[in-house]
Design a binder for this molecule. Structure first.
Ligand code: SF4
Length: 339
């Protein structure tokens, strides 16, 4: 059975034509699913009984079950969802002064093997479908009775390694007739799959691209992120410049500071050299201490010095607020404990 949430409105129209139904039916079905939030085709009362029967025979409306929910003292909520095939994924809800932001997973497991990430060690199982990405947002909205305003693809998985499903999910998330979240409020975070960055630049989606840089020399970055052996810093920054030139969007570079690894003044100087003149922002992340991991959090003093050096050198840098630190905040941790 096909999950109806996997379909953009255009592709649903095509699917419906295969069962001899008119395209406008897709708009009606979208309204029931995304506005009325029904979970049963039989509740779509303005559709004929015949159409409801065909829909029941062809599609399902997939809704996740909550397997576990952890609430931090700052209000951050970490969900472990049962995706109904024996697998589980995690999704994090964060509360900011401007609204609710959700961090979604794009894959079950991850192939990238970044050394500082708690997902490392979780074997790659499969890509999430577009509908499973969309359902993470809907399941959290249902559970908390809220409206989410920001989506970041920063959970488990490398979104650009699941390119087609992620781009299709963004179209559904962004569609005013579906979740209606503005593209500028959607952010994709990549470890640096260079050919897909070039491809994304051509999509004409106004979402924010966030690149995990984390190091300033290839030697250092390859140790932290094996992807650097395939696409090195120079190639990555060339693709980033192309993305900026084509989309006119500012790129956000993620830089996780780890004690005595990439957090000294020499690193800050090299970072300035690499990013000088680019339309970008640096997001400094105090690294989460990972069980059995070799990276430790940088001191607050070092983090502030690093930020100030960048800002004084003309590179806009901010320190990411640590949310959910009393639950398992590094991606992958909750799921790994439940394996
Ligand atoms: S940081 Fe992201 S890309 Fe890297 S291993 Fe973890 S989930 Fe995968």
């Amino acid at each position: 059975m096909k999950n109806i949430k996997d379909y953009s409105i255009e592709s649903l129209k095509e699917e419906l034509s295969k069962i001899n139904e008119k395209p406008y039916r897709a708009e009606q079905i979208y309204k029931w699913i995304y506005e009325e939030k029904v979970s049963n085709f039989d509740d779509m009362t303005n559709l004929s009984l015949d159409l409801r029967k065909k829909l029941n025979e062809t599609f399902i409306i997939k809704e996740f079950k909550i397997q576990k929910k952890q609430v931090a003292s700052d209000g951050t909520i970490k969900y472990l969802f049962d995706v109904l095939d024996g697998n589980a994924i995690e999704t994090v809800l964060m509360k900011y002064h401007y609204g609710y932001s959700i961090c979604v997973s794009s894959q079950i497991g991850c192939k990238m093997g970044c050394k500082f990430c708690a997902s490392t060690g979780i074997p790659f199982v499969r890509n999430l479908s577009s509908g499973e990405i969309v359902e993470q947002i809907m399941a959290v909205e249902r559970d908390e009775n809220i409206r989410i305003s920001n989506v970041v693809f920063m959970g488990i998985g490398e979104p650009l390694d699941n390119y087609e499903n992620v781009v299709n999910a963004i179209k559904i998330i962004n569609n005013p007739k579906a979740l209606n979240i503005g593209a500028r409020h959607i952010s994709i975070s990549t470890s640096g799959i260079v050919p897909k960055i070039y491809k994304l630049a051509e999509e004409n989606i106004q979402c924010t691209l966030s690149i995990s840089l984390h190091a300033t020399t290839n030697e250092q970055r390859s140790k932290m992120m094996p992807v650097n052996n395939t696409y090195n810093i120079e190639e990555l920054l060339k693709a980033a410049k192309d993305y900026i030139a084509k989309t006119n969007r500012r790129i956000s570079f993620e830089y996780a500071l780890a004690k005595e690894n990439n957090d000294n003044l020499e690193d800050a100087k090299r970072l300035v050299k690499l990013l000088k003149g680019m339309l970008c922002h640096v997001n400094l992340i105090p690294i989460n201490k990972i069980e059995n991991g070799k990276y430790q959090k940088s001191s607050n003093e070092n983090i502030i010095k690093f930020r100030d050096y960048l800002n004084d050198s003309g590179i806009v840098a901010t320190i990411r607020r640590e949310l959910g630190s009393d639950i398992d905040a590094a991606c992958g941790q909750l799921r790994r404990k439940n394996l």
